[in-house]
Design a protein around this ligand. Structure first.
Ligand code: ZN
Length: 286
């Protein structure tokens, strides 16, 4: 079965990938951007946080105004700034296979999502817009304590999740179809970037899956198969420390959930819908 990777591992469908970037307040200094080697202090902190240091990469990502910034990519499609990494308390490292309790959306009940439709390189295709609509509908259909309000256009607010095409890093065919990040200060991560290969070639069902997955990171979910990444045909561990593991009641646990939207990779024939256990997890968290 063909697998689609949010990040590493690679797949036929992902013709090009885009690395995405961090927010303005996460920008590193220009001198740090000259090298894409992960600094030793970052690696040490990553290790202390129980992330897998072998899975960390420094990447350049593009913001929608064209500026490029360095950020750190963990678990294939989750961006962290250097300050986020260095300021992260050890007690607040990985707390859960699907989320980190100190990184949930708590400051608002309404999450605005803007699908960027500018007539330029950042604009979503009509298929991607349909996929985004489906993805947001899937969240709202669960009647969660957080409500998503979707609009399309070229303007957005400071705490909105902006969804757009970013091809700032597109030379590696094994790269992510989409990238997002974790919440901070009680607000969701505000950027979901997809590459133009996904934007132009994936079906609306695949894009529904991809965008529901990336929005899942924005509100605090980690990968369901963090312990194996077996959906990417890998046998690696994203590095969750057992000391911080909190099991979500009713979910699959270490046995995994082959149908989870939050698995690290997804099958080409996905229907983009939640698994039953995704619903359990969503309703538990929100
Ligand atoms: Zn992911």
């Amino acid at each position: 079965m063909k697998k689609i990777n949010f990040l590493f591992a690679a797949t036929a469908i992902v013709a090009s990938v885009t690395f995405v970037s961090c927010e303005k307040d996460q920008v590193n200094s220009p001198t740090e951007e000259t090298s894409l080697e992960v600094e030793k202090d970052v690696l040490n902190k990553i290790t202390a946080l129980h992330f897998n240091p072998n899975g960390v990469e420094k990447v350049m990502v593009s913001d929608i105004d064209g500026t490029k910034k360095a950020a750190y990519l963990i678990e294939g499609d989750v961006l962290l700034s250097k300050s986020q990494i260095m300021d992260m308390g050890l007690h607040g490292g990985i707390q859960n296979k699907q989320y980190r309790t100190n990184n949930l959306v708590t400051a608002t009940n309404v999450i605005r999502v803007v699908g960027y439709t500018g007539n330029n390189q950042y604009g979503l295709s009509s298929t991607a817009q349909t996929g985004l609509q489906y993805a947001v509908n899937n969240y709202n259909n669960e009647n969660l304590s957080i409500r998503f309000v979707l609009s399309f256009g070229t303007s957005w607010g400071a705490n909105d999740i902006l969804v757009y095409v970013d091809n700032s890093i597109n030379t590696d065919p094994n790269r992510s179809a989409g990238i997002a990040g974790f919440p901070s200060n009680g607000y969701p991560f505000t950027r979901v970037r997809i590459n133009n290969g996904a934007n132009l070639t994936q079906t609306n069902q695949q894009l529904e899956h991809l965008l529901a997955h990336e929005i899942g990171h924005c509100v605090g979910f980690r990968h369901t198969d963090w312990d194996t990444r077996k959906t990417c045909n890998e046998n690696s561990n994203e590095g969750v420390g057992n000391d911080g593991l909190v099991y979500i009641p009713g979910t699959a646990g270490p046995g995994g959930d082959a149908n989870s939207i939050m698995n690290a990779c997804y099958p080409a024939n996905t229907d983009g819908e939640w698994s039953n256990l995704d619903r359990v997890a969503l309703n538990y968290l929100y």
